[in-house]
Ligand binder design. Structure first.
Ligand code: NAI
Length: 253
């Protein structure tokens, strides 16, 4: 795929085996990047689907909340494809959560949400930086959420974690910039991902209200996020860092 905007680039997409992550892996691959899918499960199967679509892809089982797994993930990108240029921190806990008033939220669940959604981003960035330095720079795209700006009832831990991702994006941009690594974030609105489809309570509670409160009145799907992520990964964003782009079809609810 020479002539494609991301030709010669190597991307790692965490949580890339399903949902938004898979769509982003496919989008980066269609623009010429080689893609390592990293996920708790299903990474190799997802990579095989990408290869069937003509994309250079590999998969690795990895938990973003594990230091050793994030190190192994970066090593795999270098081993399989010779380096690392683009890190998409997409893995997150959302669709498996049960909405609860904050007084009833379980402290162990709070900790796991922060471990994966926030510390996971930190660990992946820390593991990736030396590899990106070796390439003379890189791009980090963190998947936050529109709820970081609006708040949302009954998911205080999740909302707080995504607010932290927006702030972490700005903080890491100030530090990683000296190595020419640009750090930006895409903040999706409610998206009908694989995980969301598996949680009927979430679909029942959020789908209709988010549709009613959206300027572009249709359901949002993972493919709607590909353009924004690929912009941050590509040459047109060469002077953009620390930013969060909300992609939600114009939500005003
Ligand atoms: P999903 O459930 O369809 O996919 C999430 C993927 O992440 C799964 O393949 C899962 O195995 C993987 N994963 C979970 N924990 C992991 C860990 N510790 N290490 C590695 N992989 C892990 O979810 P979806 O909806 O595609 O969400 C992707 C990201 O987008 C998440 O960060 C989520 O918070 C964010 N987001 C989703 C929205 C939505 O409405 N679906 C809205 C705003 C943000």
């Amino acid at each position: 795929m020479s002539g494609a905007p991301l030709a010669g680039r190597v991307a790692v997409v965490t949580g890339g085996a399903s949902g938004i992550g898979y769509a982003l892996a496919e989008g980066l691959g269609q623009r010429g990047a080689a893609v390592l899918v990293a996920d708790l499960r299903g990474a190799e199967a997802a990579a095989a689907r990408l290869r069937d679509a003509g994309i250079a892809a590999a998969g690795i089982d990895a938990d973003v909340a594990s230091e050793s797994d994030t190190a192994a993930m970066v090593a795999a990108a270098e081993r399989e494809f010779g380096g690392l240029d683009i890190l998409v921190n997409n893995a997150g806990i959302y669709a498996t959560l049960t909405p609860q008033p904050f007084e009833r939220l379980d402290i162990a669940e709070w900790r796991r949400v922060l471990d994966v959604n926030v510390i996971g981003v930190f660990l992946c960035c820390r593991a990736a930086l030396p590899a990106m330095r070796r390439r003379g720079g890189g791009r980090v795209i963190n998947i936050s959420s529109g709820v970081a700006f609006k708040g949302n009832p009954y998911m205080a831990h999740y909302v707080a974690s995504k607010g932290a991702v927006v702030s972490l994006t700005r903080a890491l941009a100030t530090e990683m910039g000296r190595d020419k690594v640009l750090v930006n974030s895409v903040a999706p609105g409610f998206t009908l991902s694989d995980g969301v489809h598996r949680n009927p309570a979430l679909v029942a509670g959020v789908k209709e209200p988010s549709l009613r409160g959206r300027v572009l009145a249709r359901d949002m799907v993972p493919a709607d996020l590909v353009g924004a992520a690929c912009f941050f990964a590509g040459p047109d964003a060469a002077f953009v860092t620390g930013q969060t782009l909300v992609v939600d079809g114009g939500a005003y609810y």
